[in-house]
Design a protein around this ligand. Structure first.
Ligand code: HEC
Ligand SMILES: [Cu+2]
Length: 448
């Protein structure tokens, strides 16, 4: 029986000459190169666009190739020994083992020497990489741009210490604050101070830099540089609670003059409806359709895909900055005014700042002064469209489980509060009907 199986086996696995085997191994190793496209998604660390991520990629490949060489050497020796010294006959099975090299000082010292050499080959670029990625290089330090990033459950806040704005209610001046979309100058080193409000988060922009932890009560930092203007995906990379997986952000790198113009606009107080209507000038321009903020690209022939999508998300980001993007419906001043009143009535102002429109607001909720200039909302989870804003405002928990707008944060009540009788049940505190949401959305969309 056994013999029959062996014979059958040898029929199905004929011995192959050595060359095709090596060729097959090479083909296997080449797979990542051949299918490089698979590795070039928006969060690919192998398709880098800045020097910090590039140095990390080089280190990855150095380690990979050293280990590939070790693997090939060990596997070849193993294969050689297995084939050459295998028992062919039953006499072989009882024969003395071939001479052993165990304890041979030359072999052992060579192996130790080679291992040390391999470790050194990996250690030198590792140490160099650690030093390089730790902080902005000396030569670029003077010109580096500084921002502070703070992780919250489950969104990111970005402060610009060099840019001051007037806080509502004569509360003094404070750094410009935006949420979930970090806009930086391209081609310039950016030093990011990392903070956390509640639990440990981690800052990661795969194509630019990361990951570095954001730790409560502890200063941490990283630096990055975008080689050229672009729109990059970021992600919290440390499990931080139930909506961790949807805690994302975007980095938008701009040329110096465009960056300065962006800063200038963000520093202004929120626009008024009158100014909004004055910007009505391009209703007749054709609407551009751009697929931009969705986490996954919409594949061809599936609902939502359009042949007119522009592949460059930066194009759409720019379009989002225009006071009245081409093709958008005319602003409804009455509806916007109703939304603005509702923003106070519904106690949204206890958490959200809208500079120039409302007194109130707190540092633990996204600043909404220019929310309509962002391409995403809710921690980079949703595209910033009217429909998504509507969804978010009427049912935040359905969009992002457990979020702090739903549960409350920093002592402020959210859409739900704990029952007074301590039963640990939650009851509704803020409810937004569909018509109210429509007015709030019109208002929020006017905030450019
Ligand atoms: C308890 C504080 C609190 C209250 C009250 C509150 N929010 Fe929020 N809001 C938040 C927090 C926190 C987030 C971020 C949630 C996330 O992404 O995880 C948020 C996110 C948002 C966003 C998305 C902002 C962005 O850039 O991602 C909008 C829009 C918004 N809230 C509108 C409202 C409106 C309208 C109301 C009133 C009906 C309201 N909020 C009431 C805390 C609050
Ligand atoms: Cu997080």
């Amino acid at each position: 029986m056994l013999r029959r199986m062996r014979r059958a086996g040898s029929r199905f696995c004929p011995r192959l000459p050595a060359f095709p085997r090596a060729a097959r191994a090479a083909a296997l190793l080449a797979l990542p190169v051949i299918f490089g496209g698979w590795l070039s998604g928006p969060q690919s660390t192998l398709d880098t666009e800045g020097p910090v991520a590039e140095s990390q990629r080089h280190l990855f490949y150095t380690t990979l190739w050293v280990t590939v060489v070790i693997f090939v050497l060990v596997a070849s020796v193993l294969a050689y020994a297995t084939i050459k010294f295998r028992a062919r006959t039953s006499a072989d099975e009882h024969a003395e083992p071939p001479p052993q090299s165990h304890g041979n000082p030359l072999v052992e010292l060579t192996l130790i020497g080679l291992s040390v050499a391999a470790l050194v080959v990996i250690a030198i670029p590792t140490l160099r990489g650690i030093m390089y990625t730790y902080d902005v290089p000396e030569a670029e330090r003077a010109g580096a741009y500084e921002v502070t990033a703070t992780g919250f459950q489950w969104w990111f806040k970005f402060d610009y210490p060099a840019e001051e704005v007037e806080l509502p209610n004569n509360a003094g001046r404070a750094p410009l604050t935006v949420a979930n979309e970090l806009v930086i100058p391209a081609g310039r080193a950016v030093r990011i101070d990392l903070r956390a409000y509640d639990v440990i988060h981690s800052f990661w922009v795969p194509k630019l830099a990361g990951k570095v932890d954001m730790i409560p009560n502890r200063g941490n930092h990283l630096w990055l540089k975008a080689d050229r203007p672009g729109y990059y995906w970021g992600q919290c990379a440390e499990f931080c609670g139930e909506s961790h997986a949807v805690m994302r952000f975007r980095v938008i790198a701009l040329a110096a003059d465009e960056f300065a113009a962006w800063l200038e606009n963000q520093k202004h107080n929120a626009r008024d409806t009158a100014a909004q209507s004055a910007g009505d000038n391009n209703d007749t321009a054709p609407a551009a359709r751009v697929q931009f903020a969705a986490y996954e690209k919409i594949p061809r022939n599936t609902p939502g895909w359009s042949a007119d999508f522009d592949a460059d998300p930066l194009v759409n980001w720019r379009r989002q900055q225009e006071p009245r993007p081409a093709g958008s419906p005319p602003a409804d001043a009455a509806l916007i005014a109703r939304g603005r009143a509702l923003f106070t009535e519904k106690t949204c102002i206890t958490c959200h700042t809208i500079r120039g429109h409302h007194i109130g607001g707190a540092p633990f909720a996204p600043d909404l002064t220019h929310v309509a200039t962002r391409t995403t909302i809710a921690g980079g989870l949703l595209e910033n469209t009217g429909a998504n804003l509507h969804r978010w405002i009427t049912d935040p928990d359905g969009v992002k489980p457990g979020n702090k707008m739903w549960r409350g944060v920093g002592g402020m009540s959210g859409y739900t509060v704990r029952d007074d009788d301590n039963t640990l049940d939650w009851r509704t505190h803020i409810a937004v009907t569909a018509p109210e949401a429509a007015a709030l959305v019109a208002y929020l969309q006017s905030l450019k």
